[in-house]
Ligand binder design. Structure first.
Ligand code: HEM
Length: 425
């Protein structure tokens, strides 16, 4: 079968390694109509950015379940009203990332003040201490499985600390998140129905966040949870407690897999490219630029989704109302019309922060400043405490024949397990 005819959502080869597929469909132009499904995939950088910025023509309502049936039957060339009045296909996943228009602006306004530089600075001390201790432990052991032993617990506890989740509850959240598959995973029984998993963990956490926020409304403290509990919409009204619960819970969940998988993807580069590792060891101020280039070339978001509200165009393609659209973030980030030698890893590319790894426009990742700092702090500690980090050949094979398993998810791009070995500094 021609690779471009494969199903982006379910084909195992494409799920595990999407890049050959993206390049094959790019040959058809920056916008591709799938043959296997009534779905359009955008691989062009310019076209992807245009769709993400165009909230008049595109809705986020199908995030993060782009294949779930709509709860209404689209009629005519403009279904904006139908979308605005639609019930959520899955109420557990009816979160900020699915909202449109005024509802989105209002909910988002509650989160924007939470990631200010001063707040992150205060949290950075915790990150540094925590990362330092965690790295010390694994470096002393000489080796570890990075994703589950370091990356995931680290990012979970950083966001738990930022939000003010009590210590005694943090492990419970970790357990319930670990028990479920990652978002967009097609490795489960329900995968054939095209339904990604992951809402059980959110439902579990909702009860806890409801208690925390109700408590903060009654007994305010000096923490992010209190700010969320007492936050007001721009028109001065107070959000329903349920809305604040959804925001807190989503913040907690949204940054976990994405940040942990970014750490894994970045570490793979650092191990495979010892010259790069050496360069960063000699000048750790290059770490933030290194992370941006990993975000571009191998960021942890594989796709985000939109539904067209009315008849429109993407590039040269006519798009009817009700069209499901995949924004193939890594493909846009490797578009040769935007990036010179796109497959090459280069620190210091001009205007690198324009990559779409954190999205663009109204829904741009609210946690991006946190993700950037937490990953940089961890790599700083890793490089400071070691003289060499390498991949375990026992687990991953020799350099010329690596075996590295990626999650079979159409949303997340990330390594399942990464075994690394350390030489102490
Ligand atoms: C490397 C790590 C991360 C990556 C790659 C990432 C990626 C993204 C992307 C691409 C979007 C836009 C989705 C869209 O337009 O449909 C997004 C939205 C979002 N992210 Fe992140 N994210 C990361 C970390 C985080 C963290 C640490 C948090 C919070 C603590 C977070 C919270 C959010 C929220 C709340 C939204 C929804 C914003 C909205 O709809 O207005 N993310 N993220």
């Amino acid at each position: 079968m021609n690779i471009a005819e494969k199903d982006f959502f379910t084909d195992r080869d494409v799920l595990l390694d999407p890049y050959a597929y993206f390049e094959a469909i790019r040959a058809d132009g920056p916008v591709f109509r799938m043959t296997a499904r009534d779905v359009v995939i955008v691989t062009g950088f310019k076209e992807s950015a245009e769709v993400l910025l165009n909230t008049a023509d595109f809705s986020s309502i199908i995030n993060p379940e782009p294949l779930a049936p709509l709860t209404f039957e689209p009629v005519g060339d403009d279904i904006s009203e139908q979308i605005a009045n639609a019930k959520a296909a899955n109420p557990a996943l009816e979160l900020l990332v699915t909202y449109d228009g005024d509802r989105h602006t209002a909910a988002r306004s509650l989160l924007n003040p939470l990631f200010t530089p001063s707040r992150l600075k205060a949290n950075a001390a915790f990150m540094r201490d925590f990362a330092d201790a965690m790295v010390r432990e694994v470096v002393a052991q000489g080796s570890c499985e990075l994703i589950n032993k370091v990356a995931t617990p680290y990012v979970t506890l950083v966001v738990a600390d930022l939000l003010g989740v009590p210590e005694e509850d943090r492990q419970k959240f970790r357990d319930v998140i670990d028990a479920g598959p990652p978002p967009g995973s097609m490795d489960t029984a329900d995968a054939e129905q095209g339904a990604p998993q992951g809402s059980q963990a959110l439902m579990f956490m909702a009860g806890f966040f409801f208690q925390y926020l109700a408590d903060r409304r009654a007994n305010p403290r000096d923490d992010v949870m209190t700010e969320l509990a007492l936050g007001k919409y721009p028109d001065g009204t107070t959000p329903d407690l349920v809305e604040a619960v959804k925001s807190a819970m989503f913040l907690f969940a949204a940054g976990q897999d994405t940040s942990a998988k970014l750490i894994g993807n970045a570490m793979r580069f650092l191990c495979e490219r010892q010259d790069l590792q050496q360069q960063l060891r000699e000048d750790r101020s290059l770490i933030p630029g290194f992370i941006e280039e990993v975000m571009r070339l191998e960021g942890s978001t594989k796709a985000t989704f939109r539904l067209s509200k009315r008849r429109t165009r993407i590039g040269d393609m006519e798009i009817p109302a009700g069209q499901r659209v995949v924004i193939a973030v890594p493909a846009a980030n490797r578009d040769p019309r935007r990036w010179d030698d796109p497959a090459e890893f280069r620190i210091g590319r001009p205007r690198i922060k324009e990559h779409l790894g954190f999205g663009r426009g109204a829904h741009t990742c609210v946690g991006a400043p946190l993700a950037r700092v937490e990953v940089a702090v961890l790599f700083d500690c890793l490089l400071e405490q070691t003289s060499a980090i390498t991949l375990s050949e026992a687990h991953h094979g020799p350099a010329e024949a690596r075996r590295i398993d990626y999650e079979p998810s159409f949303i997340i791009r990330g390594i399942d397990k990464l075994y690394v070995e350390f030489a102490k500094a």
